[in-house]
Ligand binder design. Structure first.
Ligand SMILES: NC(=O)c1ccc[n+]([C@@H]2O[C@H](COP(=O)([O-])OP(=O)(O)OC[C@H]3O[C@@H](n4cnc5c(N)ncnc54)[C@H](OP(=O)(O)O)[C@@H]3O)[C@@H](O)[C@H]2O)c1
Length: 334
């Protein structure tokens, strides 16, 4: 059996990765419907040795579509997600529009695939990229010793903010190296040779991105008692988010036990070698890869029974496109 697949936001950073992922994983596609705004209609995108011509997204775009992968922002998903579902498509949405809706499961296949079975709106939400890689790494540890408190600091790549954000980083870097003034076009300030917090404001002084990590982690792991203390930060990296994670459990956990649990855990690549300068997971290694790389697993010197880890993954793949395609594989193709 093969499926008609719509990719909404096909010209974007995630949409392009969706097309690559469908092709690389030989997802059974009978036809791709590539959709964008009017701006990019007519653009040709490579797919399966040929090209697909991008069409403007309209209400009628979903006739005959079996699977609709959305990555065109929350307002597009809010408006067109239900239209696609009503037309009979399974909707897997990458935006934040449906993540906290109690009638939309929020799914990471390695962690909570069973949640995908109950989807009364026909929409499955893909979590935030930072949340996905964190829960893949923490799930085996949570199953063994139950998470109590997670303190996480992120080092997030510019592609997490879309295609134009990467162009801004590159333009700023060139301008800086040429001694010219930096004029940001997407970021609220200088990102080249700098580190900034560029998230939308959230409740209190906690950013929207930080709240996503709190609420989404609890929903995915099905445990509202887990305390999550995030600080989300943007760094001048093109692709690959890194996270420094401190985890406390309801019973003491050692680094040795954690490594045993993580070795061979689904979706995880454990970096087991002892620490040496530069010997740890890095965004340049993770870019283009499927695995969530977990390294620097160590006992916390200050809190007995707690652990520190360093977790890196490709935000466009496991953080977005790959996770969405894996959901579709498990739900539609099986
Ligand atoms: N980047 C990541 O790492 C990441 C990870 C997880 C989730 N996400 C989510 O995925 C979504 C897309 O992110 P991105 O990074 O791929 O952004 P992007 O590179 O800016 O791409 C946005 C895409 O959405 C399309 N689009 C925008 N407005 C539209 C409209 N009114 N109607 C139809 N299409 C429209 C754009 O089409 P045009 O070419 O016509 O403008 C483009 O294809 C966002 O919701 C984001 O939060 C991103």
């Amino acid at each position: 059996m093969s499926f008609v697949v719509a990719v909404v936001g096909a010209t974007g950073a995630v949409g392009r990765e969706m097309l690559r992922t469908l092709e690389q994983r030989a997802f059974p596609v009978s036809r791709v419907v590539a959709l964008s705004s009017k701006r990019s209609a007519g653009t040709k995108l490579p797919f399966a040795g040929g090209e697909v011509v991008v069409e403007e997204l309209v209400a009628g775009s979903f006739a005959g579509v079996d699977l609709a992968l959305f990555s065109a922002g929350a307002s597009v998903s809010r408006e067109y997600g239900p239209i696609a579902a009503k037309a009979g498509a399974l909707v897997v949405d990458n935006s934040s529009a449906w993540r906290m809706d109690p009638d939309c499961p929020l799914v990471v296949p390695e962690v909570n695939l069973a949640h995908a079975a109950r989807r009364p709106k026909g929409i499955i939400a893909n979590p935030n990229c930072s949340t996905i890689q964190m829960v893949v790494a923490l799930k085996p540890l949570h199953d063994a010793a139950r998470l109590k408190h997670v303190v996480v600091s992120t080092y997030q790549a510019t592609s997490g903010k879309g295609h134009a954000a990467v162009e801004d980083l590159l333009a700023q870097t060139r301008a800086n190296l040429e001694g010219k003034g930096v004029e940001p076009s997407v970021f609220p300030g200088q990102i080249a040779f700098n580190v900034i917090c560029d998230w939308k404001a959230g409740e209190g002084d906690t950013s929207e991105e930080e709240w996503k990590m709190v609420y989404e982690t609890r929903k995915i792991l099905g445990d509202d008692s887990i305390a999550v203390s995030p600080t989300t930060v943007r760094v001048p990296v093109v692709t690959g988010h890194a996270e420094a994670i401190h985890a406390q459990f309801h019973r003491p956990m050692t680094a040795d036990e954690a490594k045993t649990l993580l070795r061979g855990a689904e979706g995880v690549e454990l970096f087991d070698a002892p620490y040496a300068p530069g010997n740890h997971p890095q965004p340049v290694q993770a870019a283009g890869q499927d695995a969530v790389m977990v390294g620097r697993v160590r006992n916390d010197p200050g809190v007995p029974g707690a652990l520190n880890l360093f977790v890196v993954a490709d935000n466009l793949r496991k953080g977005a496109a790959l996770n969405a395609v894996q959901i579709a594989e498990r739900v539609l193709v099986k």
